[in-house]
Ligand binder design. Structure first.
Ligand code: WTA
Length: 648
């Protein structure tokens, strides 16, 4: 059993949920009166234009609907209602990579959003229900555009700025979008880069739906303009009125689409609702990060991913918090950049991905010591399992041993946090997302649908609907049902399959073992690549590791590990390393998980948001040609480097 860390007592005293008794009490309330629990929250949290008639309609499961009959507008929740008490409070603090800062108050944000909403309505004829694709860098205009869509009832679909023209085109076509909002470009690693030419390329063919492009000038590089199609935001925005009435939206009207990869086929347009989504964004912001009125919250994600949607924009603004948005990379001009920003802005809650933690640990383990990080109270991680080594470094070096780490498990499809510690209540353990939030009915089940005993891996499922759940896959209801709802039923209703594996440890803590589609089958034994990686990451010379299945004539699949060593010094010691790593594996998992092959590589293929592209590694390990789009990688050349090393 790994070490348990109790919450900081001083922090707990003022936390929204102060101890495990309070947590359990809420869980019990939700179990005993499920609808009553959500009804209370929805009434308490949302400023409704018109009240709803029913809390939950399950008649068309798994197409659940929440708060039917209610009317609201998410921008009233995020902006309008705050003007009475917070009009001059900083809503967004933006920092450019070059150090430039912009502070946007709630009133200023309200006006900006209204102007852009009017511009979309008046100049581009965007109406309720129309789709607008946003292809933007990390600039405040990305938040303006999201909220402006929400104001008039248009459905935004953000395409991450690292996606290629092809990927952008597919998404514009699939969403049948009328307008693309983009920028000339932005800055990365101190250099300007371009976005607009990608849009030009994307719209060259097949995008008849999209007749207009609105361009925000950010880096003022020379770009081509297509007359009659392209418009400059900076020139037009001030001509619009700063007043705009919010469109009254039904609870279930879609707020946004966000494309995400499935295990097969084209990306899925995950569709989220208005009321249920914003309720959970706000609730989780308040309870999981425990943000107080005067706090400064920083989520380092990109707005192109769900984490950026919920925890840079909608969650913080719904609760009236101050949210930081940073344009660039964590290593510019040096590896102390983020720690310097935490010091300067006196950041209270910091939310990032394990990959970033590992990277900054590797490149500058002692760097945080140079900065005053004492303002921090809650540290968060998301997106992948965090290995205990990285967790401990985060806990000790960033949090100074005083901050709770909220290891938040959730997905694009869940809209907000699902399984996570509560910082004032939950005793935490490295590598565990701990327990489901009250109202979230998580279960770990085996192939037959039976609950798994402690220590045994199973499928992580959510057995009851929750307000911020995916409503559909855009244009493909059949795929929605197929992807997420198997044959397994609970109380006659289909169960949501997360695609992740998980298990309870001896203390009943939930440990996420990784995607079940990343499972490899060795001699009939199922092994999670994440589990093997966690063990290898324990080795003091291992900086990063990724494991993939490799075809094996005898065992079905063998285990292939890509390893990035810490520092140059270890390079000569590779043979000893292989033995040591296998010793570790045998000790932690057993002989069945012994590595078949190891490749020492200089880096791993990662998206610009830091996620390892495992599919590429799987393909290389299998000796297949790379068919995936590598243009979204931080450094596409790493793929060829690894392929060359593999072939040697
Ligand atoms: C993984 C990101 C372990 C998981 C919000 C999930 C995690 C996928 C964690 C969703 C965590 C997310 N521990 N794994 N705390 N959080 N994941 O849609 O495999 O980009 O299914 O949403 O990330 O990724 P997505």
């Amino acid at each position: 059993m790994s070490q348990v860390f109790e919450p900081n007592r001083e922090f707990s005293k003022n936390a929204r949920i102060k101890n495990m008794c309070e947590y359990k009490e809420l869980r019990l309330q939700a179990e005993e009166d499920f609808e009553g629990y959500w009804d209370k929250l929805a009434k308490e949290k949302i400023d409704w234009f018109e009240p709803y008639d029913t809390v939950l309609d399950e008649s068309n499961a798994p197409f659940y609907s929440w708060f039917n009959g209610g009317k609201l507008n998410v921008t009233h929740q995020c902006l309008g209602r705050h003007l009475k008490t917070r009009k001059n409070k900083a809503a967004i603090i933006w920092e450019g990579e070059d150090g430039k800062k912009r502070i946007i108050t709630y009133l200023q944000l309200y006006y900006r959003v209204n102007r852009l909403a009017n511009l979309m309505k008046n100049q581009f004829n965007i109406k309720k229900g129309d789709r607008v694709v946003l292809y933007l860098p990390m600039i405040p205009e990305a938040a303006f555009a999201m909220l402006a869509c929400a104001k008039i009832g248009a459905v935004h679909s953000i395409v991450f700025g690292g996606f290629s023209a092809e990927a952008l085109r597919d998404r514009v076509i699939d969403a049948d979008a009328k307008l693309v909002i983009t920028a000339d470009g932005a800055f990365r690693r101190g250099q300007p880069y371009m976005l607009k030419p990608v849009v030009d390329e994307a719209l060259k063919e097949g995008c008849e739906c999209c007749k207009k492009v609105l361009i925000v000038q950010r880096n003022f590089e020379d770009i081509d303009y297509v007359p009659g199609r392209d418009y400059v935001y900076n020139e037009m925005i001030m001509n619009e009125s700063q007043h705009c009435d919010p469109e009254p939206m039904d609870s279930e009207d879609p707020l946004f689409l966000l494309y995400t990869s499935g295990s097969t086929g084209k990306p899925k347009g995950v569709q989220h609702s208005s009321a249920g989504y914003i309720l959970w964004a706000q609730y989780t912001m308040e309870h999981v990060f425990d943000v107080k009125e005067n706090d400064t919250f920083w989520c380092t994600a990109d707005v192109g991913w769900i984490t950026g949607h919920t925890y840079i924009v909608y969650g913080p603004l719904a609760m009236g918090a101050t949210t930081i948005m940073y344009e660039g990379v964590p290593t510019f001009p040096d590896v102390g950049r983020w720690w310097k920003m935490i010091e300067e802005h006196r950041v209270n809650q910091f939310y990032t991905a394990p990959t970033a933690i590992r990277l900054l640990h590797k490149l500058g383990a002692d760097e945080p010591k140079k900065y005053d990080l004492s303002s921090l109270q809650v540290l968060g991680t998301v997106g992948e399992p965090i290995n205990p080594d990285a967790w401990m470094w985060y806990y000790n070096e960033i949090g100074g041993g005083n901050c709770s780490i909220v290891d938040t498990w959730w997905q694009t499809e869940t809209g907000g946090h699902m399984i996570t510690p509560l910082p004032g209540a939950t005793p935490i353990k490295p590598g565990s997302a701990t327990f489901p939030l009250p109202g979230i009915m998580a279960e770990i089940i085996d192939e037959e649908g039976n609950p798994t005993p402690k220590g045994e891996k199973g499928f992580l499922c959510i057995t009851k609907p929750w307000p911020s759940m995916i409503r559909n896959i855009w244009g493909d209801s059949e795929r929605f049902v197929k992807s997420y709802f198997g044959d397994c039923k609970k109380d006659g209703k289909p169960v949501y399959f997360s695609g992740d594996g998980a298990m309870y440890d001896d203390d009943g803590y939930i440990v996420i073992t990784g995607r079940t589609d990343d499972v490899i089958n060795v001699s009939g034994h199922r092994l999670g690549t994440a589990e093997i990686e966690a063990v290898l990451a324990h080795h003091s010379n291992v900086a990063e590791v990724a494991v993939a299945g490799k075809p094996d004539d005898i065992k079905g699949e063998g285990i292939f590990a890509y390893i990035v060593l810490k520092g140059e010094d270890s390079i000569g010691e590779e043979i000893e390393m292989i033995q040591e790593l296998n010793k570790l594996i045998i000790k932690e998992i057993g002989n069945i998980a012994k590595l078949d092959d190891i490749l020492f590589v200089p880096g791993l293929p990662k998206t610009r948001s830091g996620k390892i592209m495992r599919r590429i590694l799987r393909s290389i390990a299998k000796g297949e040609a790379i068919t995936q789009d590598t243009s979204t990688l931080e450094d596409p050349s790493i793929v060829t480097t690894i392929e060359d090393l593999f072939k040697r």
